[in-house]
Design a protein around this ligand. Structure first.
Ligand code: IPE
Ligand code: IPE
Ligand code: MG
Length: 228
């Protein structure tokens, strides 16, 4: 049986271009993108992937026009209210990573409620990165480790990251043709296999998911050693 990634990280990119190509407002692309994510969650859960970590909003995305940021927050609010029950029914455990302090307070409450509701679920772990930056994550972990007085070891530092307790991603998928990390999970991606596709995120479907898994299955992971 081909190797299946246990943990998949995902940079859902290209929503704006998807909308622009259709003469639609960018937020329409984000709306379609959110739909594509729900589809992917089903595929990943069905295929036995344990953890899916998705980049929802970066620490740099605040630089977008206020109208787009507000539209994204409104979309997030809607999904946290309307779709969490569905995730819960499907046994998904939701975990949000990133700095919540800058998010609207009602969204923070919705996140807490969603996490509490799904905390006991044993199915797919869906990690959503909101106001997340890899550099900010590492800096915060260092501050917390310093406050704890060490020990200054890699595993101890990792224990203070937002992603503490999660295995590192085996596979990272980025859509829309960009070949960069854009400050996502910088510590965790050290040995992750990278899969890039030109497909824009709202168009990403089952066939693209299977292509990413097939690409992963062909990789030989060596972790600095000599492999098999
Ligand atoms: C990704 O799509 C979604 C977020 C960053 C929130 P983009 O909005 O970055 O889409 P493009 O890259 O402009 O096409
Ligand atoms: C990364 O995409 C962030 C998310 C997908 C949430 P961006 O579109 O913000 O990345 P850059 O600006 O092209 O590097
Ligand atoms: Mg983009």
């Amino acid at each position: 049986m081909p190797a299946l990634p246990q943990h998949v990280a995902l940079i859902m990119d290209g929503n704006g271009r998807w909308a622009a190509r259709r003469g639609l407002p960018r937020i329409e692309g984000h709306r379609r993108g959110a739909g594509a994510l729900l589809g992917l969650v089903s595929c990943a859960a069905r295929d036995g992937v344990k953890t899916l970590t998705v980049f929802g909003f970066s620490t740099e995305n605040w630089h977008r026009p206020p109208q787009e940021v507000e539209g994204l927050m409104a979309l997030l609010r809607h999904y946290l209210k309307a779709e969490v029950t569905e995730l819960h029914t499907n046994n998904v455990l939701l975990r949000v990573i990133g700095d919540r302090a800058a998010l609207p307070p009602d969204i923070v409450t919705l996140i807490q409620d969603a996490e509490a509701l799904t905390a006991g679920n044993a199915g797919l772990v869906l990690v959503v990165a909101l106001n997340y930056g890899g550099r900010a994550d590492i800096l915060r972990a260092c501050q917390r480790l310093a406050a704890a007085g060490g020990p200054w070891r890699e595993d101890a530092l990792a224990g203070h990251l937002y992603t503490a307790g999660l295995p590192p991603p085996d596979l990272l998928i980025r859509t829309a043709g960009e070949r960069r990390l854009s400050n996502f999970l910088l510590w965790d991606l050290a040995y992750t296999e990278l899969h890039f596709t030109d497909v824009l995120w709202p168009d990403f479907g089952e066939a693209d998911w299977r292509a990413a898994l097939a690409d992963f299955a062909r990789r030989e992971r060596r972790f600095g050693g000599l492999g098999t």
